[in-house]
Design a protein around this ligand. Structure first.
Ligand code: NCD
Length: 306
């Protein structure tokens, strides 16, 4: 790394949205469009990363994100190894760093990591210097989710100026919120955050600087209540939550699009009427996620070795 101004792909990691500048984001989105074309061909594979080996380290449960990363890597022809803490030597007392150092000796080029402790992805990058992608660290960040969500809106025909998002739910424990708010601020996207007082991020303003109260919302982004990341009861009951903060069958949000990162708790933050409505982009988010992760792995793999 030659100078401290380097960020994002140049720095060789995607640990936080802070690692990207707007030019990186542009390049990433252009490349995602190219990869979408490839994924729509009968032969969905390119040989771009034939010489690269990627390790997916999932220390926390995941369905979508883990499969999405793995497919993205395989579509690029990378060799892939998958690690999950279930059934591993961590259960025998091995430290995270020892596990990672063992993997490095097996000649891994890129690491994708999900962990319940905030800061894990940065820690691994600092200790190893190899490209690391944060697939979710505690309540901190989940940058690929934020990036693919915004791409999904663009892909649905929206431009930044059309987007006005109401982000609803457990803002405090949501790493998707952590990354999304940074991304929206960076790109000047209009938003408001909304949720029970007990799960707001108190240091954050509720609205973007460019919030215009006379303009209607165009996007509703519903978040899951992250019960597994809360250490006390912060929500009186799920029924009450659904009535006040969920998008339920009785209300019409009047927006063009609905987003959710999954997994959905139907009947809590989102009723099936809306989850499966024509406004819902939830499955589109999953679809575009593979192409966007291909683009990220593709750029970071060029940074291996420094
Ligand atoms: C999110 C996560 O794990 O942070 N899910 C995901 O990656 N698709 C959101 C959540 O768990 O609610």
């Amino acid at each position: 790394m030659d100078n401290q101004l380097e960020t994002g792909f140049k720095a060789g990691r995607l640990v936080s949205i802070d690692d990207l500048d707007t030019a990186d984001i542009d390049t990433l989105y252009q490349t995602t469009r190219e990869f979408i074309k490839i994924l729509n061909r009968p032969l969905k594979k390119v040989p771009a990363l034939k010489e690269i080996t990627v390790a997916n380290l999932f220390f926390e449960d995941s369905t979508r994100t883990r499969l999405s990363f793995e497919l993205a890597q395989k579509r690029l022809s990378a060799d892939v190894v998958n690690f999950s803490s279930q059934g591993s030597s961590l259960k025998k007392g091995e430290t995270l760093l020892d596990t990672v150092n063992n993997l490095l000796r097996m000649k891994i080029d890129v690491i994708v990591v999900r962990h319940k402790i905030s800061g894990t992805a940065q820690f691994i990058h600092n200790k190893t210097g190899i490209p690391v992608v944060n697939a979710g660290d505690g309540t901190n960040e989940h940058p690929t989710q934020a990036l693919l969500d915004l791409f999904t809106l663009w892909d649905a025909g929206m431009e930044n100026k059309d987007i006005k998002i109401c982000l609803n739910g457990d803002i405090l424990h949501s790493r998707v919120a952590g990354s999304s708010l940074k991304l929206w601020q960076k790109l000047g996207i209009e938003y408001e955050i909304n949720g029970p007082n007990t799960v707001m991020r108190r240091h954050l303003p509720l609205r973007s600087a460019n919030f215009n109260s006379s303009r209607p919302f165009t996007v509703n982004y519903q978040l899951r209540i992250q019960k597994e990341r809360q250490n006390k009861e912060l929500i009186p009951s799920l029924e009450e939550y659904n009535a006040f903060f969920g998008l339920n069958a009785d209300q019409n949000p009047g927006v063009a699009f609905i987003l959710h990162p999954g997994p959905i708790n139907r009947g809590v933050e989102l009723d099936s009427d809306w989850a499966d409505s024509p406004q819902s982009l939830i499955l589109k988010q999953v679809e575009t996620g593979v192409a966007l992760r291909m683009a990220i792995i593709y750029f970071l793999a060029q940074k291996k070795g420094g």
